[in-house]
Design a protein. Structure first.
Ligand code: CU
Length: 471
């Protein structure tokens, strides 16, 4: 069972393998061959070719790592290495990740599986892997310096433990963590239940992705690692809208979405057109009595959340983080608020000095999405994405759940834009606008004002400078 052919199992779309030059021949003989993925597309579910059966997940703009069985042990090989990640078409970033991608591949196992993970370090500095949320022997917890020595460059370590409880997990380094997570080192882990579980329902589609964030200067490609809050790229699996694939489902599918947060702030995740229930948290499936119907749920730093809903409304439904700054790409910061300012005079004066000067944001920021702004090379536009009715004016943590009557079971392909039935799209009113009746005697008469200024004054509200502390 050591041939590459067997090792690849059911993965159809895996491309190529890498030569681990830094690893000795003798060590390689016992190692599962590392599998690389270089395309940023959403790969089809990896149907298990051996081991206990389970219903596989689909990783948004990602893939699941194939394994080999070795005397009943599930063996995986992760390679920590520098990667180039296409974050959106035309925008590539120099990140660190695993097996050719940031984030690394999703690891899927079954409750009770004995798992052995080989980790080869091809980074320029030492690393380790922490298996976030798992019950395991302390020495397998991956905290460099505390529970193990660091994995030096060129070295391979082995982690081994039993996946004791079903649920949603993550993995990431616990060595120079600030740098390595700012550079994109992280991955998803799903432990499926062994057989039927009273709190884990069968679903038709099970999607997973990580929330992550980067600070990449417009025109450059490598994240700044010292940034704590003022990130300018808010991503899902190191992709930004319009680079994030849509979640394509069939009408009346039961849909599960698992989300893990490895940014440094919380993200209220919001779904349009449906109510969902939070069916799983960090500790596994939630008791049924706790499952409220929600349209938004917060995913705090370091947390995993699992939501489920019946996709019983056809259409293209927005799904996004509800912090509006997180649905914007680079350039969203340090732009003064210009709404309502008349700067014709200023513009005229500047134009005499700088012929190409352009006023931004006088009527809001939507102009910027419509305008073809000249941007430095390798820069993601601030808000973009072309929909069937024009610019979607979004970036960052935004995608679309596409619910279609004719989507085939097991087909994750993009069905295109929704064809709205006649008469079901908001439309422009073309009659004569009537003046709405307004009560002029309300206000002061209803509740007399006290201690108000004697004459009208204009209030100027200015945000404090120095970034977005707290968002
Ligand atoms: Cu957010």
């Amino acid at each position: 069972m050591t041939s590459r052919r067997n090792f690849l199992g059911g993965a159809g779309a895996i491309t190529g393998a890498i030569a681990a030059a830094a690893v000795s021949r003798a060590a390689m003989a016992a190692l599962p061959e590392p599998v690389l993925q270089t395309r940023p597309d959403t790969m089809p579910p990896l149907v298990p070719a051996n081991g206990r059966p389970y219903d596989p997940v689909v990783t948004l703009n990602g893939w699941t790592l194939p394994w080999r069985m070795n005397n009943g042990v599930k063996e995986f090989h992760l390679v920590a290495e520098p990667v180039v990640r296409e974050m959106a078409p035309g925008f590539k970033a120099n990140l660190w990740g695993y097996n050719g991608q940031s984030p690394g591949p999703t690891i899927e196992v079954v409750e009770g599986d004995r798992v052995r993970i080989f980790v080869t370090n091809k980074l320029p500095e030492h690393t380790s892997v922490h298996w976030h949320g798992q019950r395991l022997p302390n020495g397998m917890d991956g905290v460099s310096g505390l529970t193990q020595p660091p994995i030096r460059p060129g070295k391979t370590f082995v982690y081994e433990f039993v996946a004791r409880r079903p649920g949603t997990f993550m993995y990431h380094p616990h060595a120079d963590e600030m740098t390595q997570m700012a550079m994109g080192m992280m991955g998803f882990w799903v432990t499926h239940p062994k057989g039927e579980h009273p709190l884990i329902e069968k679903v038709d589609r099970d999607f997973v992705f990580l929330l992550n964030a980067y600070d990449v200067e417009p025109g450059s490609a490598t994240p700044r690692i010292m940034t704590m809050l003022d990130f300018n790229l808010w991503s899902w699996n190191s992709r930004i809208f319009p680079g994030i694939d849509s979640l394509n489902v069939r009408l009346n599918d039961k849909v599960r979405i698992r989300i893990g947060n490895l940014t440094m702030t919380n993200h209220p995740m919001h779904l349009h057109g449906h109510e969902f229930q939070v069916t799983g948290t960090d500790g596994g499936p939630t008791p049924k009595s706790t499952r409220l119907h929600e349209v938004t749920t917060d995913v705090a730093v370091g947390q995993m959340r699992q939501i489920e809903f019946l996709a019983d409304e056809e259409g293209d439904w927005a799904f996004h983080c509800h912090k509006s700054h997180h649905t914007m790409n680079a350039m969203g910061h340090d732009v003064p608020t210009m709404i309502g300012l008349d700067h014709k005079d200023v513009a005229r004066q500047i134009t005499s000095l700088v012929p190409d000067y352009m006023v931004m944001g006088e009527r809001g920021m939507a102009d910027m999405a419509e305008m073809e702004m000249p941007l430095p090379d390798n820069t993601a536009p601030m808000m973009t994405g072309e929909g069937p009715f024009g610019s979607v004016e979004m970036g960052g943590m935004f995608s679309v759940v596409k619910v279609r009557r004719h989507q085939k079971p097991g087909d994750y392909g993009n069905p295109g834009w929704f064809k709205h039935p006649r008469g079901t799209v908001a439309y422009e009113f073309d009659g004569a606008p009537a003046e709405p009746p307004r009560r002029r005697d309300a206000g002061a008469a209803a509740m007399p004002a006290r201690n108000m200024p004697a004459r009208n004054i204009e209030v100027q509200v200015r945000k404090p400078r120095g970034g977005h502390a707290g968002h």
